[in-house]
Write a protein that binds this ligand. Structure first.
Ligand SMILES: C[S@@+](CC[C@H](N)C(=O)[O-])C[C@H]1O[C@@H](n2cnc3c(N)ncnc32)[C@H](O)[C@@H]1O
Length: 303
């Protein structure tokens, strides 16, 4: 079964007008922009369209994203208008170059995976495409989803699915994993999604039963929540006075981390709005991947 909205499509930047509106509020204007999650550069290019020939410094931990940037934006890279660094956005060695003094007027984190990552079967992010059970955003890292599924003990797997997948009763699936892998290790996304379909069945028509299991594995393979927690204060320190950091999240665990950080960092600045900003109905129609997006905004204040 393949829901209509999962067909391959180019990566459309999520919440474009809301992001531009928030950046227009930066009092000094935007002339140097930090894009922590470059992807295919959709948001970065949109910001350049709005603010003119500005400078963009970006990170992406995916080698394909960096290779794409190097080929598609080679002119801008040569002119030193764009720099895309192959790095996780929490890498202190990279960030410290921009902290003292802070150089950016604004920054963006558009968390999670990109459409090309989801659509490329070989990356193993999606249960709709059969591919290796991989899920590494950074292909140079060692740990894969298959390593976790084939080697972790039952308790650790249950804890992972409970905490990161928010699955109340993962034990039946975990028992089946432990049982099946003794016969044959899990190799493909289909091996795992097939087992989950068999054991858990389809409870909700709109949600594949493997969705939360795959999310939990992806979060663990890439240490996404830990990286986010670590990075937020350090990214803020790269912003000038009254600069803004915009963070787009796609599930509740990420949003909770962002909200707690923004509410609790008065020494770095202020959370601009108590409520999250959500995509409009119109956007949901043209870009189904925006459906769970939430945008939060933080303003850096330096005494
Ligand atoms: C949702 S996509 C971004 C799409 C981009 N805004 C665009 O419009 O093209 C997320 C990208 O960020 C990268 N990414 C996710 N977490 C990251 C992290 N912690 N550090 C660096 N890159 C990360 C992923 O590899 C992916 O390419």
């Amino acid at each position: 079964m393949k829901p209509k909205d999962i067909v391959k499509q180019p990566h459309l930047p999520v919440m474009p007008s809301e992001i531009i509106n928030e950046l227009r509020e930066v009092t000094r204007g935007v002339s140097h922009f930090f894009d922590g999650t470059f992807g295919r550069g959709g948001h970065s290019m949109m910001v350049r369209d709005e603010f003119g020939d500005i400078k963009v410094t970006a990170t992406d931990r995916d080698l394909d994203a960096v290779a794409f940037a190097n080929s598609k934006f080679s002119d801008l890279i040569e002119q030193k208008k764009i720099r895309v660094i192959h790095s996780v956005f929490s890498n202190q060695e990279v960030l410290s170059e921009f902290q003292e003094p802070p150089v950016f007027d604004a920054g963006l984190l558009d968390l999670g995976v990109s459409s090309p990552q989801l659509d490329e079967a070989g990356r193993g992010f999606s249960f709709y495409n059969s591919g290796p059970l991989d899920m590494r955003m950074d292909q140079s890292q060692e740990l894969t989803a298959a390593d976790i599924v084939n080697t972790w003990d039952a308790q650790d797997l249950s804890d992972l699915f409970y905490q990161y997948g928010e699955i109340k009763f993962p034990n039946k699936v975990v028992r089946a994993i432990i049982n099946d892998r003794e016969e044959k290790p899990f190799v493909t996304t289909e091996d795992l999604s097939g087992l989950i379909e068999r054991v858990d069945g389809w409870r909700k028509k709109s949600k594949h039963p493997a969705t939360s299991y795959f999310l939990a594995l992806r979060l663990m393979v890439n240490k996404e929540l830990e990286v986010l927690k670590e990075a937020l204060p350090e990214i803020i320190k790269m912003l000038k006075h009254e600069g803004r950091l915009l963070v787009l999240t796609f599930h509740s665990l990420e949003d909770r981390i962002v909200k707690q950080f923004m509410k609790g960092a008065p020494e770095l600045g202020r959370m601009v709005y108590k409520k999250v900003i959500k995509p409009t109905e119109e956007e949901l129609k043209i870009n189904p991947r925006s459906r769970s997006a939430k945008l939060r905004v933080f303003e850096r204040l330096i005494d």
